[in-house]
Design a protein around this ligand. Structure first.
Ligand code: ATP
Ligand code: MG
Length: 137
């Protein structure tokens, strides 16, 4: 089984959607094996999203990610990385398939409710960015 890093973003925690989003993961067969609510500084958000630092939306993205609490979590299951991205839907909610998290909950391409790792290497890096070995069983 595979593991992936998921983040429930500030727009969703603000609207008290953590449980509804977690139900989507569990209904899709993903198991939440670690989870905590934290608030990032803009600097920490920038470290996490370093791959996007040359993009025009980098400042907006890091400011948003630091604007309120996030729930960081590790999801586990067969093909968890791809399955999670399927449940999330397209980055822009206008393009997200019906029934996906972003179609139902996202407010805009920036404030799009969830993050999910996009490949095995990034999943490993992103999990260790937030969780120590002791927090994962
Ligand atoms: P994530 O990495 O958060 O799972 P993603 O892989 O679907 O989302 P990326 O292209 O990696 O999308 O972009 C990372 C995040 O940057 C997006 O989730 C979104 O919050 C923000 N973002 C992407 N494109 C834009 C844009 N054009 N304007 C504002 N914010 C954007
Ligand atoms: Mg991405």
């Amino acid at each position: 089984t595979e593991r992936t890093l998921s983040i429930i973003k500030p727009d969703a925690t603000k609207r008290n959607l953590t449980g509804k989003i977690n139900a989507k993961f569990e209904d899709a067969g993903l198991r939440i094996v670690a989870q905590k609510r934290i608030q990032l500084t803009q600097d920490q958000a920038g470290q996490f999203y370093a791959v996007h630092k040359e993009r025009p939306f980098f400042g907006e993205l890091t400011e948003f990610m630091a604007s309120g609490p996030v729930v960081v979590q590790v999801l586990e299951g067969e093909g968890a990385i791809a399955k999670n991205r399927e449940v999330m839907g397209a980055t822009n909610p206008a393009d997200a398939a019906p029934g996906t998290i972003r179609a139902e909950f996202a407010e805009s391409v920036g404030e799009n409710s969830v993050h999910g790792s996009d490949a095995p290497e990034t999943a490993k890096e992103e999990i260790s960015f937030f969780f120590s070995g002791l927090e994962l069983v």
